[in-house]
Design a protein around this ligand. Structure first.
Ligand SMILES: [Zn+2]
Length: 355
């Protein structure tokens, strides 16, 4: 078959597929919309191909769920090192949800955050409704102890659920992709704020004025980063590195309470107060994950190899989960530390047990 004819037939089939999809989305089962393309295909078949061959190929294309970088619209193109496995624009929330049932290049991104996100959210809801808490209850445990740990878990579940939702519905359309991207970043800001205020609260439990000061800075920086997340221009791929950099700065702002603690309490006590080993590990995980994401490592060294498993965004997701796990341990260590050492400095403890 001449290459020109082959190309013509390919484009006819592609057009037929596009119009059939359009017809399906418009609710007319594709019959009306695809009529003109069918006549083109039939004419082509008479001129050289077998009907059954073309029918099979047309059926295969209409069943096709995954597309390559070259087959997806411009607005869906974000990382050109990911060459295949795309769910092409669905214009349907139902079809987006259906994509959960098969494996594509966003599946790992979705499930690495969907499963832990909903698990934490459901557990938190269950515990709150049942009047229970994730942390052990001691005689001196206050409402605020519960509050800051539950707040962190709430921030974590928000971040993971919004992220999973973004990755699931990003194939819907350009406006939904942009909206989801904003919520994805708002979720990250929520996680950073709810993580940091907990550390500040426990580190300065006997110095509430300092705790309020650093917590206020955290909320202000979180607010600024939320604005950056919502601004349309920052959602463009061109701003990927700048956006990642700003979030790293926001995350690093958590270093200041630690430095002030070293200055105020000395090295040994401040290391215990801020559980520094876990804090460094947590920061390193977030920063490494964000840098891999920003520089698209490892897929930039071998485009197409990590399309389904192993590309930078998936690694970033796993690093976020690992960092959150570190933070959880950190909070529990804080609580135990206060039981053993710092409780006597706590006003509520003094009032309750020493009066
Ligand atoms: Zn993500």
């Amino acid at each position: 078959m001449a290459s020109g004819e082959l190309l013509f037939r390919e484009s006819s089939l592609r057009a037929a597929d596009d119009e059939t999809r359009e017809g399906l989305l418009n609710g007319n089962n594709g019959i009306t919309a695809s009529t003109s393309s069918c006549s083109v295909i039939t004419a082509t078949a008479v001129n050289g191909g077998s009907n059954s061959e073309l029918n099979n190929r047309e059926e295969n294309i209409s069943k096709k769920k995954l597309f390559t970088w070259d087959e997806i619209p411009e607005w869906q193109r974000d990382n050109h090192y990911i060459r295949k496995g795309y769910v092409r624009e669905t214009l349907s929330f139902e079809l987006c949800l259906d994509s959960l049932s098969y494996f594509h290049n966003e599946s790992v991104n979705i499930y690495t955050h969907l499963i832990p996100g909903f698990s934490v959210l459901l557990s938190l809801g269950f515990f709150l409704i049942a009047g229970k808490h994730f942390i052990p209850a001691y005689a001196s445990t206050t409402f605020l102890d519960y509050f800051f740990i539950d707040l962190f878990l709430f921030g974590l579940s928000c971040c993971l659920s919004l992220s999973a939702g973004f990755h699931c519905f990003k194939c819907h359309s350009d406006p939904i992709l942009r909206l989801g991207n904003k919520f994805d970043y708002l979720g990250i800001v929520t996680l950073i704020v709810t993580s940091m205020v907990g550390i500040i609260y426990y580190s300065y439990i006997d110095h509430p004025a300092i705790a309020y000061f650093f917590a206020s800075i955290t909320f202000i920086l979180g607010f600024i980063c939320s604005i950056i997340s919502i601004k349309e221009k920052f959602s463009h791929p061109d701003f990927r590195a700048i956006r990642a950099f700003m979030f790293i700065i926001f995350g690093l702002s958590g270093v200041f309470p630690v430095l002030y603690g070293i200055h105020t309490f000395g090295w040994d006590e401040s290391v215990k107060r801020s559980s520094l080993n876990y804090l460094i590990m947590e920061g390193a995980l977030y920063i490494t994950g964000a840098l891999l994401y920003a520089f698209r490592i490892p897929e930039k060294f071998n485009p197409g190899k990590y399309d389904f498993i192993g590309h930078s965004h998936q690694i970033f997701h796993l690093f976020v989960i690992s960092a959150a796990y570190c933070h959880w341990h950190q909070l529990i260590i804080f609580l135990q530390l206060f039981i053993n050492k710092f409780l006597s400095k706590r006003p509520s403890f003094v009032n309750k047990y020493n009066s």
